[in-house]
Design a binder for this molecule. Sequence first.
Ligand SMILES: [Zn+2]
Length: 426
Amino acid sequence: MQKYIFSFFLFVFSFTLSAQDLKRVQKTLDTLCHETFFGRGYLQQGDKKASQYLAQRFKEVGVKPFQETYFQPFEMAINTFPETPTLQIGKTKLMIGKDFIINALSSSGFGSGKIYQLDERIFTENKNQSSNEFLGQFLNTNLRDKVLVFDGDLESKFSEMPRSFFKKMAEAKAHIKLKTKLTASVATQCYPDFYPPIFEVLRTKFPKKVQKIIFSVRSEFISNYGSQNVIGYLDGTRHSDSVLVITAHYDHLGGQGKTVYFAGANDNASGVSMLLEFAEYYKKNPLKYKVVFLLFGAEEAGLIGSKFYTENPIFPLSNIKFLVNLDLVGTGDEGATVVNASIHQKEFKILTKINENQQLLPKIQMRGRAANSDHYFFSQQGVPAFFIYTLGGIQAYHDIYDQSGTLPLTKYTELFQLIRQFLEQL
Ligand SMILES: [Zn+2]
């Protein structure tokens, strides 16, 4: 009975992040989102600097490296835009990041040209080239001194078009895609030099009745960029080959030009900061299993760091008892989603039971397999894994507004508490 009361006591007053811990979380977020790390991407060595900071944090906490180093280097290809791109529409100079961005695949280009607006009736008319007069008109237009402007929503219809359409597109001096929201990305490929550079412009910033556009962008394609994962572990209290793994990607999109960068607070400074809090916690309160911390690079470029890890694991992947991947955990007023929940129903039950008992998140949504973050290649290798992300809160995503100062962290402590207890019950 005594024992029962004692454990009940523990259950109700289970550990949560203190005000002091949350201060440290905010500091981690602010540091990772700082200009020094330039969006933790491929300009100004942002990813490298961030990885060094994280290795230092590991060291301070007492997280051990597997060999002598926390780093696992790998090479990748990446398209970058080291000079500040410019875009002037009529007399209006647009602002990079805010009003426009460069498409990740864009090649270099500069100059000026008259606007040619793509007629959307091309896509609604009969697809048969001979009877589509709008397509016929387009194919007969000389685009060599023109900037082709089109609605970004039309792009989904391009795949139905004949080759001649793409050949004509390639003739233009530059492309301008009009978007309702600017969503940046990074690419491991680049369009060939003869293909026009691609600007993505907010629809509301594109003035009407304008004739001329002046533009410049320089892309630098790096075929062998050196990036790295950051890896460490904490011993468990029992001797066992089984390990629990917590993962998060520390990279983001870097920047475009010399001053504009994507801070990536929710994506994924939030997950990295939580992983570091788990390290702090398990250092003081060791689990029975060893806990391995995997901070991946180059997630945004196509899960490159985590794929590399699964192809070059430091210990057998089959030793992983369970893996939890944290990516986009800075909100939560609408709960969270668990990818792979339908595959690992037993574990999902453990998770939802803790949540029901303690009312931590308003809801936990079940999702199946998805190739949307770093858990994916582990899942493909048969490693049991959850990818947990929070819902609601902010609209910012892959844009300059995903900043540490405005990240609400609505259910951050609750999620921490939920995952902590989940790992303890495995
Ligand atoms: Zn992410």
